[in-house]
Write a protein that binds this ligand. Structure first.
Ligand SMILES: [Zn+2]
Length: 154
């Protein structure tokens, strides 16, 4: 009889408890026989995988911690930046903003909106045409008074 066959028949004769015990032993010693694994797909392999992934993540996290936080923290807190360095930082953040394209747009749009929405109205007193925001234009346009006329006389 082949050893594998022997093992297989032995396994077949085992109770589920014994099987679990055996599997635990096998996993401990990391001598995982494929036939056992195939025979007993009870999520143990899955769990092992998950654990492996977890440890990988943990490793990654700790690696990142080692890489990033201690040096940067020290750098920012421990060092007083020279003006040149500050300038560099500012330039960097500025270019970041440019690259991002979000902030410039946000900064531009209100101005643009205002400019676009300005209405040309004619002052009923001095007859001058002015561009004003629609909010201050009266319902009847020809009743509009420009700032100067508004402030001086009725
Ligand atoms: Zn006027």
């Amino acid at each position: 009889m082949d050893k594998k066959e022997q093992l297989a028949s032995l396994l077949a004769s085992l109770s589920s408890d014994q099987m679990e015990e055996l599997e635990a032993l096998l996993q401990k010693s990391s001598v995982t026989s494929r036939s056992t694994k195939k025979k007993k797909r009870r999520g143990k392999g899955k769990r092992k995988k998950r654990e492996a992934a977890k440890t990988k993540e943990q490793q990654l996290a700790s690696e990142q911690n080692m890489k990033d936080s201690p040096p940067t923290g020290e750098f920012l807190e421990g060092l007083s930046l020279t003006s040149a360095e500050k300038e560099e930082l500012q330039e960097a953040s500025l270019s970041d903003k440019k690259m991002g394209a979000h902030e410039p747009l946000q900064n531009q749009s209100p101005l643009k909106k205002k400019a676009e929405h300005r209405v040309e109205v004619r002052c009923r007193i001095c007859g001058k045409t002015e561009k004003v925001s629609p909010g201050i234009v009266p319902p009847e346009r020809d009743r509009f008074k420009c700032n100067t006329c508004c402030c001086s006389a009725g």
